[in-house]
Design a binder for this molecule. Structure first.
Ligand SMILES: Nc1nc2c(c(=O)[nH]1)N[C@H]1C(S)=C(S)[C@@H](COP(=O)(O)OP(=O)(O)OC[C@H]3O[C@@H](n4cnc5c(=O)[nH]c(N)nc54)[C@H](O)[C@@H]3O)O[C@H]1N2
Ligand SMILES: Nc1nc2c(c(=O)[nH]1)N[C@H]1C(S)=C(S)[C@@H](COP(=O)(O)OP(=O)(O)OC[C@H]3O[C@@H](n4cnc5c(=O)[nH]c(N)nc54)[C@H](O)[C@@H]3O)O[C@H]1N2
Ligand SMILES: [Mo]
Length: 760
C-alpha cells in the first residue's frame, strides 16, 4: 500500500467524488448532505437548522468521509427480493461485516425461529403482534432494552418510558461500551457527566490535550479546530501508544492552505504503554506541584481533596511512575512545563482512556490535573469527552439508563399518575450475563449491533441464544443478524434520520440540541422508530392506560413532554415554532460553580495499576480503522496506518524479533477469552514496544469480559495476548474454521466473495 504521511487531504476529496458517483451523482449527494438534519456519524454536531455541513460555530463547509459513507449507506437500494430465500443463516454467517452492510437497505420485517435456517419476510402486523404477545407472557424483569446512539431523542425517550411502564429498568445504551467511564468520572469530580466546554472554547484554548483518541480518523472535523489552535500559536499534546499519522499532520480538506501544505497537529507526542495513562497523568500532576504551578487560590476556593492529593503525589516515587506509565521523566517534565506555561487549557479524551478496568480513575486523574491549575469553570478551559455516536449523549440525557435521575422519575410519575420501577436496572454487560444465566428471555435493540460490539463474541452468541426472542430495529444488515440469534429473531426495518416523516432532535458532545427536519422516505417499507415504539405501546399497554400513545406518536408532543420533564431542556418545547437550537442549561461551565452536593469540585486519589502481563505476552488494543464506523466496515484497508487488510496484528519490530516472528507471518493470537487463527503479524514501528493493535469488531473473540467496576465499561483496549506462529501449533490446532478465523474476503463459507457481492 502507498505510504500515507498526512491525514485528510486529497484522498478525502477524491473519495467524495467516488462516493457521489456511487449514489447517482454529486448533486444528489450534495442535496442529501445539505438537508436540514444533524450529521449521522460522530457527536461533534453538524447540520440541523443551519443546513448540513455547518458546525456549531457556524463554520461551512464541514464534511468528512464518514458522514459521506453513512449517507451513501442510507442511499443504497433495497435488499433484493429473493435474498433471504437464497441465503441461509450459515451463509449469512460467512459474510463479512462489509458484505452485510453493502447488501442494501432492509425494507421488510423478517423472522427466523426455531430450527429454521432462513429468515422469512413477515408483515408489520404479524411482527408487532408477535413481540407484544411475547412480552405479555413474560415478567418485565425478564426483558432488556438496548439502544444505540444513532436514534433520536424522541425515540429514546418514548422507548425508555415504554420499558418502565411495562415494568423494568433494564434499559441501557451503547455508552456502557463507550464513554460511561467519562460520565461516572466527571460526575464524581464535577457533579455533571458531560463536557464543560463549547467548540468555541476548544478553538480559543492555548493548549489542547488529546488523550487516547484518534480524531484524525474518528472525529475528522475536530481536526479543523486543532489546526486553528496551532494557527493561533497554541499547542496540541497527544498522548497515545501509537503515533497516529493524522495526529501528526492533517490536511483539512475545507481549508485551502491546509489542503495544499498540510497542518502540523501535535506539538508534542507522548507514547505511554497501553493502560499507562493513570501513572502518566499522576506523574504530570506530581511534576506540576513540584514546579509550584498549582493555582492555590482556585483550589482553596473551589475544590475538596487537594491537601490529601498533594501529600499522595509527594509520596510517590518517580521510578514507579515511569515504570508504570512507560514514559521517562524527561518527557513527563516536558508535558508538565508546557501545561504550567499555558493559560487556557482543554483536555479531550476518547476510548484509550475509557476502555480500561480503571477507566473512571483515568477520567478522575484528568479532572485532577485540570483542577490543579484552575482549568475548569472559565471560558476556553475545561474537559471534553469526545463522544462517539451522533446522539449517544442525547440517549443518556433522555433517560435511556438503568436508573433515572430522581427528579426525572418524580416528574414522570406525577405527570402520568403512575408508579415506575425504582430498582436499578441492568447495564449492558449485566444484561448479557443475565441472559447467559437464563434469567432474561427477551431483548429489544433499537439500532446498533449488540452482538458485534460485545467483548467475548462466543459468550454473547450463547447468551443471545438463550433468549426466547430478540428484536432488532436497523437500517441495514449487520453481524448481529447472522450471529446474535435467539429462539425467535425479528428484524424491523427503520427509516434513517433524514427520512423521518416528522422532525426529530439530537444532542452533540457539546450539549447542543439540534433539530432535524427529516425528509422523504427512500424506500417504502421501513417505518419511523417513534411510530414503531408508539404502536408497541398501544398494543402492549392499551389505549386506555395513563398514556395516550396516539399523542406519543407525535414527535412534537414528545418534545413538549421532554421540555416539561428534563431539567435544562425547557427550550425544546418551543423548538418547533422557534427553530431555535440550544445548549442544554447548566452544562458549559463558564464559572467554577459545580453541581456537587457542596458546590465544590472533588479531587481523587489513585493507586497506580501494576502493568500486567509476562515477558511472552503483549498488551493488545482493539481499535477502529479509518474505513469503518464501529461494527460497520466500509473498506478493508486502513489508509492512515498503511494496512491493506484487517486480519492483522500490528506490533513493534523489536517485539516481532523477541517473539521469534517475521513480518507477515501467519500467527495464532490467544487470550483468556479465546483464540484467533491465521492472523498476519505485522511490523509496525509506530506502536510502542510491548503493545499490539488489532481491529474491532473481528478481534472481539479475544476480549475478555473484564469491566471497570465503577462504570461497567469493558477493557477493550487492554487484552493480554500471546502470539505464536501457526506452524508451531500444527497438531494442536484444528484447521481454521470460519468461526475462529477473522473473516477474509475470500475465506469462510461456501460462497465466493463475488457470489456474495452479486447477491447484494
Ligand atoms: N471513522 C470512524 N469514526 C468514528 C467511529 C468509527 O468506528 N469510525 N466510532 C465512533 C465512536 S462510537 C467512538 S466511541 C469514537 C471512538 O474514537 P477513538 O477513541 O478515537 O477510537 P478507537 O479506534 O477506539 O481508538 C482509540 C485510540 O486510542 C489509542 N489507545 C489505545 N489504548 C490506549 C491507552 O491505553 N492509552 C492511550 N492514551 N491511548 C490508547 C489508540 O492508539 C487509538 O489511537 O469514534 C466515533 N467516530
Ligand atoms: N473490541 C472493541 N469493541 C468495541 C469497541 C472497541 O473499541 N473495541 N467500541 C465500543 C463502542 S465505543 C461502541 S459505541 C459500540 C458500538 O456499538 P453499537 O452502537 O451497538 O454498534 P454500531 O456498529 O454502531 O451499530 C451499527 C448498526 O446501526 C444501524 N443503524 C444505523 N443507522 C441507524 C438508524 O438511524 N436507526 C437504527 N435503528 N439503526 C441504525 C445499522 O443497521 C448498523 O448495522 O461498540 C463497542 N465495542
Ligand atoms: Mo462509542
Amino acid at each position: 500500500m502507498r505510504k500515507t504521511t498526512t491525514g485528510g487531504g486529497w484522498p478525502a476529496v477524491l473519495y467524495t467524488l467516488r462516493k457521489a458517483r456511487e449514489v447517482g451523482g454529486i448533486l444528489k449527494l450534495w442535496k442529501a448532505m445539505r438537508s436540514k438534519n444533524a450529521c449521522k456519524t460522530c457527536a461533534l454536531g453538524m447540520g440541523g437548522q443551519a443546513g448540513g455541513m455547518v458546525n456549531e460555530a457556524g463554520h461551512f463547509p464541514e464534511v468528512c468521509k464518514k458522514s459521506l459513507q453513512a449517507m451513501a449507506s442510507d442511499m443504497q437500494g433495497a435488499i433484493r427480493g429473493q435474498f433471504f430465500e437464497t441465503y441461509s443463516l450459515a451463509q449469512l454467517q460467512a459474510f463479512s461485516p462489509r458484505e452485510l452492510e453493502t447488501c442494501g437497505r432492509l425494507t421488510t420485517p423478517l423472522l427466523v425461529s426455531g430450527d429454521s435456517q432462513y429468515y422469512r419476510p413477515i408483515d408489520w402486523n404479524e411482527a408487532l403482534q408477535r413481540i407484544v404477545d411475547k412480552l405479555a407472557h413474560l415478567s418485565p424483569h425478564q426483558s432488556f432494552w438496548y439502544l444505540s446512539g444513532r436514534s433520536s431523542n424522541e425515540a429514546g425517550f418514548v422507548l425508555q418510558l415504554l420499558a418502565r411502564l411495562y415494568g423494568t429498568n433494564n434499559v441501557n445504551n451503547c455508552s456502557y461500551y463507550c464513554h460511561q467511564a467519562s460520565g461516572v468520572g466527571l460526575t464524581s469530580a464535577l457533579g455533571i457527566g458531560t463536557a464543560t466546554v463549547s467548540i468555541e472554547d476548544v478553538e480559543g484554548a492555548d493548549l489542547v490535550f488529546i488523550i487516547g483518541g484518534n480524531p484524525a480518523s474518528n472525529h475528522p472535523r475536530l481536526m479543523r479546530t486543532l489546526m486553528q489552535v496551532r494557527r493561533n500559536a497554541g499547542q496540541v499534546i497527544v498522548i497515545n501508544p501509537v503515533v497516529e499519522t493524522g495526529m501528526v499532520n492533517f490536511s483539512v480538506p475545507s481549508d485551502l492552505r491546509s489542503l495544499l501544505f498540510g497542518s502540523q497537529i501535535a506539538s508534542l507526542y507522548v507514547q505511554p504503554d497501553i493502560g499507562g495513562d493513570l501513572a502518566l497523568l499522576t506523574g504530570v500532576a506530581k511534576r506540576v506541584d513540584e514546579l509550584g504551578a498549582v493555582d492555590a487560590q482556585f483550589l482553596a476556593a473551589h475544590c475538596d481533596g487537594w491537601d490529601q492529593l498533594q501529600s499522595h503525589l509527594r509520596s510517590l516515587n518517580w521510578d514507579e511512575i515511569c515504570a508504570k506509565s512507560g514514559v521517562d521523566r524527561q518527557q513527563i517534565d516536558e508535558i508538565a512545563r508546557r501545561y504550567a506555561a499555558a493559560k487556557r487549557v482543554v483536555f479531550g479524551w476518547t476510548m484509550g482512556i475509557t476502555h480500561h478496568v480503571h477507566g473512571v480513575s483515568n477520567v478522575q486523574a484528568i479532572a485532577n490535573l485540570a483542577l490543579m491549575r484552575g482549568m475548569v469553570g472559565r471560558p476556553r478551559t475545561g474537559l471534553l469527552p469526545i463522544r462517539g455516536h451522533s446522539n449517544v449523549q442525547g440517549m443518556g440525557s433522555v433517560g435511556v439508563t438503568p436508573k433515572l435521575k430522581q427528579i426525572v422519575l418524580e416528574r414522570l410519575q406525577s405527570h402520568f399518575g403512575v408508579q415506575l420501577p425504582t430498582e436499578i436496572g441492568l447495564d449492558t454487560m449485566g444484561c448479557i450475563e443475565a441472559a447467559r444465566a437464563g434469567q432474561l428471555k427477551f431483548g429489544f435493540c433499537l439500532g446498533g449491533n449488540l452482538y458485534g460490539s460485545n467483548p467475548d463474541a462466543a459468550f454473547v452468541a450463547k447468551a443471545l441464544q438463550r433468549l426466547e426472542m430478540v428484536v432488532y430495529l436497523n437500517t441495514t444488515l449487520n453481524t448481529g443478524h447472522a450471529h446474535g440469534l435467539a429462539n425467535e429473531t425479528i428484524i424491523l426495518p427503520v427509516l434513517a434520520r433524514d427520512e423521518e416523516p416528522q422532525p426529530t432532535t439530537q444532542e452533540s458532545m457539546f450539549s447542543y440540541v439540534r433539530l432535524s427536519d427529516g425528509g422523504p422516505a427512500r424506500h417504502s417499507g421501513p417505518r419511523s422508530e417513534v411510530e414503531i415504539v408508539a404502536e408497541l405501546g398501544r398494543r402492549l399497554l392499551g389505549k386506555t392506560g395513563p398514556i395516550d400513545w396516539d399523542t406519543l406518536a407525535q414527535t412534537r408532543e414528545i418534545r413538549s413532554l421532554i421540555g416539561h420533564i428534563l431539567p435544562g431542556w425547557e427550550k425544546i418545547s418551543q423548538i418547533d415554532q422557534s427553530k431555535q437550537e440550544f445548549r442544554i442549561a447548566g452544562r458549559r461551565l463558564a464559572e467554577p460553580l459545580f453541581a456537587t452536593a457542596n458546590g465544590r469540585a472533588q479531587m481523587h486519589l489513585h493507586e497506580l495499576p501494576i502493568p500486567s502481563g509476562e515477558a511472552t505476552q503483549l498488551r493488545l488494543m482493539t481499535v477502529r480503522s479509518e474505513g469503518q464506523f464501529n461494527t460497520v466496515v466500509y473498506e478493508d484497508y486502513d489508509l492512515y496506518r498503511g494496512q491493506d487488510r484487517r486480519d492483522v496484528i500490528l506490533m513493534h519490530p523489536s517485539d516481532l524479533e523477541r517473539l521469534g516472528l517475521r513480518h507477515d507471518m501467519s500467527v495464532v493470537v490467544r487470550s483468556e477469552a479465546g483464540a484467533v487463527n491465521n492472523v498476519l503479524a505485522r511490523s509496525f514501528g509506530k506502536i510502542k514496544p510491548g503493545n499490539a493493535l488489532m481491529y474491532y469488531p473481528e478481534a472481539n473473540r479475544l476480549v475478555p469480559r473484564h469491566v471497570d467496576p465503577a462504570s461497567r465499561t469493558p477493557a477493550f483496549k487492554n487484552v493480554l495476548v500471546t502470539v505464536m506462529p501457526v506452524s508451531a501449533e500444527v497438531g494442536e490446532m484444528v484447521a481454521p474454521t470460519g468461526k475462529d478465523t477473522i473473516p477474509k474476503p475470500n475465506a469462510a463459507g461456501d460462497l465466493s466473495t463475488r457470489d456474495r457481492m452479486r447477491a447484494c
